[in-house]
Design a protein around this ligand. Structure first.
Ligand SMILES: Cc1cc2nc3c(=O)[nH]c(=O)nc-3n(C[C@H](O)[C@H](O)[C@H](O)COP(=O)(O)O)c2cc1C
Length: 368
């Protein structure tokens, strides 16, 4: 098994055992307040969580974010994730399919997802840096066909690549490569970060020049890939790389800030992810304009105890979301997008510094 496959396994192992989350650069959900309604005038049983994402119906606005594949252990994880996603009517993205494009024996670690989730919304995944010089449109088609994907994630991860031993450091030409792929393939392209967020300026370029159909902000505040790579480098005795990577452990645009920046810049569906840890976080993200909410690390940790543990974890999350909807008098996700929101503290400062008129943003969101 090659280096990429082993690295994938090491990533999972580190994410399961170590503290890989940000602590200083938080998501910003703590600065978002949904105004409580003591007179909701609805019954909990009326609350409807169904949603539509890029023309596909989901039973709840939840995505298991891109994580794995490319190693036998990853097949087991993908199989359980897919089984739960199918049963619960949610969406799921697979991890980078690079390893399987280079080694056919690893294809089934991804293909198992479609076998276990024949009707679910499944997203393929490839790194933007690998589209420059490594893979062409035919490889991307192979990745999509491998899992009969409904959409393609192209991940932008410059901080991760920079922190990684032997990371891919050539990012010149990435936007053109994304455009080439978007023009050639039949499924929509969703560009995502991997935990450092996406700015308004980059979102505008991605949508206008890169023909991207949706954006997953994957902001800062949750899993830190620079932290993961620092831990990996330290384990392998590469003190130089570990010391460099550690400085970026808390790098990035907080998830809430990124969500508002992107949503205020482009008119495409947006997935809020990066450090989403409760159904209340989900409700806040949707109230701020997110169309879907993505979760990676907690899903990995839950599924490491089996499919039932993941199901139990997601059921709690969904019930928390329902609770937040009840307490804001929201019968539907559409209603939730119109509730009163207060933004305080660091998020307010960030947005003011970045020239976002918060009140106008919240007013416009209500008018849609
Ligand atoms: C074990 C693991 C592997 C990951 N692998 C990928 C990947 O291959 N491709 C990708 O786009 N994102 C990958 N991610 C990033 C997640 O999709 C997500 O953007 C990030 O972890 C932030 O979400 P979280 O805070 O909920 O974990 C991975 C995350 C985890 C935890």
């Amino acid at each position: 098994m090659d280096d990429i496959s082993n690295r994938k396994f090491e990533h999972i192992e580190i994410c399961l055992r170590e503290d890989v989350e940000m602590h200083c650069n938080t998501t910003g959900f703590e600065d978002v307040w949904l105004v409580h309604r003591c007179l909701p005038e609805i019954d909990v049983e009326e609350i409807e969580l169904e949603t539509d994402f890029l023309g596909f119906k989901l039973r709840a606005p939840l995505l298991i974010s891109a994580m794995t594949g490319g190693h036998p252990k990853a097949k087991e994880i993908n199989s359980a994730l897919a089984q739960v996603v199918e049963e619960m009517g949610l969406a799921m993205a697979v991890g980078s399919q690079r390893a399987a494009l280079l080694d056919e024996s690893l294809v089934d670690t991804f293909a198992v997802v479609r076998k276990k989730a024949p009707t679910a919304y499944i997203i393929a995944n490839i790194g933007a840096a690998q589209l420059v010089g490594h893979f062409d449109v035919n490889d991307v088609r192979k990745a999509i066909d491998m899992i009969e994907a409904n959409a393609l994630n192209i991940h932008l991860n410059p901080a991760h690549e920079f922190s990684q031993m032997a990371g891919d450091l050539k990012f010149r030409g990435v936007l053109q490569a994304i455009k080439r792929v978007s023009e050639a393939i039949e499924v929509p392209v969703i560009v995502k970060e991997t935990g450092c967020g996406i700015s308004r300026e980059d979102a505008i370029r991605l949508v206008e020049e890169g023909l991207v159909k949706a954006i997953d902000v994957a902001g800062a505040g949750g899993t830190s890939w620079c932290k993961v790579e620092a831990l990996r480098a330290r384990r392998r005795g590469n003190g130089f790389k570990a010391d460099v990577a550690e400085a970026f452990a808390e790098w990035g645009i907080p998830t809430v800030v990124s969500l508002i920046e992107v949503k205020s810049g482009v008119d495409v569906p947006v997935i809020a992810s990066g450090g989403v840890r409760s159904g209340v976080d989900c409700a806040k993200a949707i109230a701020l304009g997110a169309d879907l909410v993505g979760i990676a690390l907690p899903a990995l940790r839950a599924v490491s105890h089996g499919a039932n543990a993941l199901k139990a974890y997601l059921s709690v999350l969904i019930e928390q979301l329902r609770g937040a909807m009840f307490l804001t008098a929201s019968r539907s996700l559409k209603d939730l997008k119109r509730v009163d929101v207060v933004i305080t503290g660091r998020v307010k400062e960030w947005l003011q510094m970045r020239g976002v008129d918060i009140k106008e943003y919240l007013r416009k969101r209500r008018a849609i």
